[in-house]
Design a protein around this ligand. Sequence first.
Ligand code: 5GP
Ligand code: MN
Length: 324
Amino acid sequence: MQYERELRQTQAFLTEHDDFLVVAHVQPDGDAVSSTLAVGWLLSCLGKKYVMVNEGPIPKRMAYLRQAERIVDLSAEPLNRKFDYVICVDCADFKRVGTTKELFAEGAKLLNIDHHPTNDGYGDINLIVPHAAATAEILFDLIHFMGLELNETIATALYTGLLTDTGGFRYSNTSPKVMAAASKLLEYGVDGPGLSELLLEQMTLSQLRLLTRSLNGLQLTEDGKISWVVVTDEDLKSAGAVHEDMEGIVNYPRNIQGVEVGLLFKVIDEQAVKVSMRSAGKVDVAKVAQSFGGGGHVRAAGARVEGTLDTIVPRVVEQVRLQL
Ligand code: 5GP
Ligand code: MN
């Protein structure tokens, strides 16, 4: 009932206004990019004007997504204007929109579409479905609710969001509903195996170099329940890697038998570290992430923490230990 009411409010927001800004979280993943494009597509269907923006560049790997090149990289192309109507997708909290908030007009109306249980409902309209595997799943429902007909392009985007946020339909968020949606999307001609190969199997050489280099420094607590890996700027440079090449590294410490929580510490700059957390199920890492100002899901969460590695690593490990 609540879902239907929120879907109706969302539809009203989209149909009653015009000239939208569509944004997703910083360092966008498959779900963030796909959801941005899905909202864009939906707005095109309604004949609306809109601009899609991200704080930084879209991962190169996602260049196959039609219209991805239309997502403005704000770090490379400043926009000298503001928007009264903003749609945030896959952003667990307002901070996650990053520098794109400079484009929000004062008093701008915000539509918040997200699937993170830690989402605090920062929008004027909120379409938050904590049990949805991906924001793309919510958009799949919204498109259906609005009576729009999918095509291969949009189906490919939605499938991308489902595929990446479920780790290839393997994580515990892979509900019967996700599989039914994926099945429907395949009927529109989505190349499922091709996308799995591209997004989940293939690695660039620098990605592999970064992985081997960082796994060399893998750490484990004495009880074998917490394991972590650190990636510094120097690691990135020496591997010739970029930020998106760190995706997936956090799974390695988590995959060790007996490990309950795997962590990845990525040095952002001298002031901050990004922590990625993965749980085997016993520990709610969203809770741990929240205690550091971040958020996420029970089994996958993250936070940006101010400080240096030597202080942050022991603090986070200690917080995890308390949850065990
Ligand atoms: P990842 O470790 O892959 O970057 O993120 C794992 C999960 O935690 C994702 O669902 C992501 O949206 C969430 N997450 C990552 N970093 C942050 C953060 O800084 N703040 C919040 N609220 N959520 C985050
Ligand atoms: Mn997501």
